[in-house]
Design a protein around this ligand. Structure first.
Ligand SMILES: *Cc1c(COP(=O)(O)O)cnc(C)c1O
Length: 216
């Protein structure tokens, strides 16, 4: 697989779903990938990347940003409150808003800076105890709480349980978003992004299918 293959498959999935070409944002998940693979994807013209750790992003991206224009970084992994400031300075979007305390911290930073990354609330659609995210039954209340903080909430994100059909989780995420008037749906990874696009994904997060298996 490569960026070109994934882009072609994404265009086909958009067309099959009756959706406009380019209506889905492809986030190339570069976490743990060697710099030369990331550089190759930059050289192919891609500019939207996902990282799951603030520190890893801080150590790698300033150098690329000095050499390539227009890079947009999305944080897709869990965010500790004490890393929130670094995260809002580095990322254009955060997909892992998952608790009131973090929302409060992001709101304070937004007021102080007069700007905030776009935010997605992570929903634990599978209600898995070990997984981050807001449980579906309290999603509506948390969405209202975040909106009350005047944060730029644009959508919802899920990571479905592994080794299960992801479609019910994608449908659930789309339903929660729809009844709350949220347009953004961050769902779909290397193995299931076509299903996610068919069910309304606006942002897909694809790592290994673009860059190859993660070795670290
Ligand atoms: C690693 C990761 C991805 C990408 O996974 P692939 O299977 O390599 O496409 C997507 N979303 C999140 C939250 C991740 O941590």
């Amino acid at each position: 697989m490569s960026l070109a293959d994934i882009t072609r498959r994404l265009r086909a999935a958009e067309a099959a779903a009756g959706r406009a070409a380019d209506s889905v944002t492809l986030i190339a998940v570069s976490k743990v990938q060697p710099a030369e693979r990331v550089q190759a994807v930059l050289d192919e013209g891609h500019r939207i990347f996902g990282e799951n750790r603030v520190q890893e992003a801080q150590s790698r991206w300033p150098d690329f940003q000095a050499r390539y224009d227009g890079i947009a970084l999305h944080l897709i992994g869990p965010l500790q409150t004490n890393k929130a400031r670094a995260a809002v300075e580095m990322f254009q979007a955060i997909h892992s808003l998952d608790r009131p305390k973090l929302a409060g911290t992001l709101a304070r930073l937004a007021q102080e800076r007069g700007a905030s990354p776009d935010l997605f609330i992570q929903i634990n659609t599978g209600a898995e105890p070990q997984k981050a995210g807001i449980l579906p039954e309290i999603a509506d209340a948390f969405i209202a709480e975040v909106r009350g903080l005047d944060l730029p909430l644009i959508g919802l994100m899920t990571i479905p349980p592994v080794d299960e059909d992801p479609a019910p989780d994608f449908r659930m995420l789309a339903q929660i978003a729809e009844r709350n008037g949220l347009a953004g749906l961050s769902m779909g990874m290397s193995d299931d992004f076509e299903t996610a696009v068919a069910l309304g994904a606006t942002h897909i997060r694809v790592g290994s299918a673009i860059f190859g298996a993660r070795t670290a």
